[in-house]
Design a binder for this molecule. Sequence first.
Ligand code: ADP
Ligand code: ADP
Length: 226
Amino acid sequence: MFALEIKGLTKAYKNGVKALHGIDLTVERGDFYALLGHNGAGKSTTIGIISSLVNKTSGTVKVFGYDLDQQLNLVKQCIGLVPQEFNFNQFEKVMDILINQAGYYGIVRADAVQRAEIWLKRLDLWDKRHQQARRLSGGMKRRLMIARALMHQPNLLILDEPTAGVDIELRRSLWMFLAEINQQGTTIILTTHYLEEAEMLCRHIGIIQQGRLVQNMAMKDLLAKL
Ligand code: ADP
Ligand code: ADP
């Protein structure tokens, strides 16, 4: 069984834009996979479909064997999503954001508080737990989104351009954090337009161009070709 198995995935937006033209892609369990491509290539559309924020036009998607069309709730349980844009209530406090997120997944409060403490400490946000989200810096907001995505202990963590717009120091510490999470067993897929980021972290890479997957290989094979 794969962490992710996509076959013949297409997407035409309502305005007529054809964002994906038949993507086939598998990601092994435990892998760290980069989806690399220029702006507009179709990265966000692909992960939007996997995380059920965007409807696909055709094709099949399976996450840990669960079919997106038939078993949506099970798929959602498996996935933690870190979107590119901050999408939490800016007036909510950091701790409450995490506890409410856990609530969506039926996690009882006492467990949620414990998990929130673990992630806030690991992501260096513990001191900010009583602050409203709007008081956080951009880098802190991004770490908060990662903590939120991990609250229900997903098997697959998906991040859309996780280090876009963050300074070099935070980028390095996020890379270290993600490498640790992956070593502890979480499969990770991230999108990026930096080859360097993919190279630092990922074992497999897919290159997407104009809605088509034009390369899909082990990172070491790609590096040998360059
Ligand atoms: P990437 O994440 O690689 O930058 P996207 O998946 O965001 O690429 O975009 C792929 C294509 O789909 C682009 O041409 C983009 O303009 C278009 N697109 C993305 N989202 C929408 C939308 N909601 N409605 C219409 N077109 C969209
Ligand atoms: P439903 O359609 O069943 O109401 P939603 O799509 O609203 O489900 O969301 C289900 C779960 O996914 C919720 O816990 C919600 O907080 C989470 N979620 C939805 N969109 C995002 C997102 N962009 N980033 C992180 N979590 C999200």
